[in-house]
Design a protein around this ligand. Structure first.
Ligand SMILES: [Zn+2]
Length: 140
């Protein structure tokens, strides 16, 4: 029974795009908007948010079931070009906070590599692990 269902779904998805990073991002956006909508329950804001969430869900469904695969791939690539630097920035901020007791992060002024440095308080000279240049940095 379960096997037949799986088979039916697989046949249905054949030649369709499926999911990608953009859909994943849209899905998370959908969840966030949905949760924020709960905070405004009964308000006009909640109705607007639920409309936006529904639109996003429709887009995700449409992209997943779409047969125009090259077009969906192009959309995903455009999204990744935009998102990769932003996502990287968020990731670095997260690491900064997570490691605050053990490491400090500094950017090399010459090659702009992100350096993870042990905490030694005060002003000191740092050697970049990538380009070997030295620069002064202050550590709180
Ligand atoms: Zn460097």
């Amino acid at each position: 029974m379960l096997w037949r269902w799986r088979n039916t779904i697989m046949r249905f998805m054949q030649g369709r795009y499926g999911t990608d990073k953009l859909n994943g991002f849209l899905f998370w956006t959908y969840l966030v908007i949905w949760v924020v909508g709960l905070l405004f329950r009964g308000d006009i804001v909640s109705r607007v948010l639920s409309l936006v969430a529904t639109l996003i869900a429709v887009v995700v469904l449409y992209r997943t079931l779409s047969r125009n695969i090259p077009r969906r791939q192009a959309e995903n690539e455009r999204f990744l070009r935009l998102w990769t630097p932003i996502g990287g920035w968020f990731r670095r901020q997260f690491l900064r906070v997570r490691d605050i007791r053990r490491w400090r992060y500094r950017k090399c002024p010459r090659c702009s590599a992100n350096l993870r440095l042990p905490i030694k308080r005060g002003r000191r000279t740092v050697t970049c692990a990538r380009c070997n240049s030295q620069f002064k940095a202050f550590f709180l």
